[in-house]
Unconditional design. Structure first.
Length: 71
């Protein structure tokens, strides 16, 4: 993954996600982290990083597509 996307995740996406209220997701996320070993937590963090970056890129592509369809 390009270095810029990793930087973007660390400096923009992750702080935004950390600040967001978890609501009904707080307990399952905490429970999952508590049952995982250190390697499992690292794998979870990398998986969440990948997913967040892909979701961000999808938002960019979707917004770009919407701009092209304006009358």
């Amino acid at each position: 993954m390009p270095d810029f996307l990793l930087w973007l995740h660390a400096n923009y996406i992750k702080p935004q996600l950390d600040a967001a209220p978890l609501g009904a997701y707080a307990y399952p996320m905490d429970a999952l982290r508590n049952v995982l070993c250190d390697d499992g937590r690292q794998d979870l963090d990398k998986t969440l990083e990948f997913t967040a970056i892909q979701a961000f890129l999808l938002g960019l592509r979707t917004g770009e597509g919407l701009a092209l369809n304006r009358p």
